[in-house]
Design a protein around this ligand. Structure first.
Ligand SMILES: [Zn+2]
Length: 115
């Protein structure tokens, strides 16, 4: 069990992402949209749009992050810890990085040596 909830700890969160490139992370927007929860692959850069220039822009302020080795762990965490979330639906999964598919972004980006 390796699920972690990062609050005001960008350094710890970023270290985890670097050490777990095949893991997953989720954005939790704690105040204005308490039911907000979106799952991404560790390699997806989309969750980095929060208040840049502030202290802990990725895990402080309105946002926190949850990281885990599997999507299933994040889903279980969300249902247990986000009371406004009765069930997970398509809105809870990042469309570009498609964390629940077998598609690998890295495989698509990496040059194909046979071409
Ligand atoms: Zn994503």
């Amino acid at each position: 069990m390796a699920i972690r909830h990062w609050v005001s700890d960008d350094a710890g969160y970023e270290n985890w992402l670097a050490a777990h490139p095949s893991g997953f992370h989720a954005n939790v927007w704690s105040r204005r949209r308490p039911g907000y929860f979106r799952i991404h692959r560790a390699t997806c850069g989309l969750p980095d749009r929060s208040a840049m220039g502030s202290v802990n822009p990725r895990t402080g302020n309105r946002y926190a992050k949850v990281t885990a080795d599997s999507v299933a762990e994040l889903e279980a965490w969300a249902l247990a810890n986000v009371p406004q979330l009765a069930a997970l639906g398509p809105v809870n999964y990042c469309l570009p990085c498609a964390p629940t598919t077998n598609r690998s972004i890295l495989a698509e980006i990496a040059p194909n040596p046979t071409r």
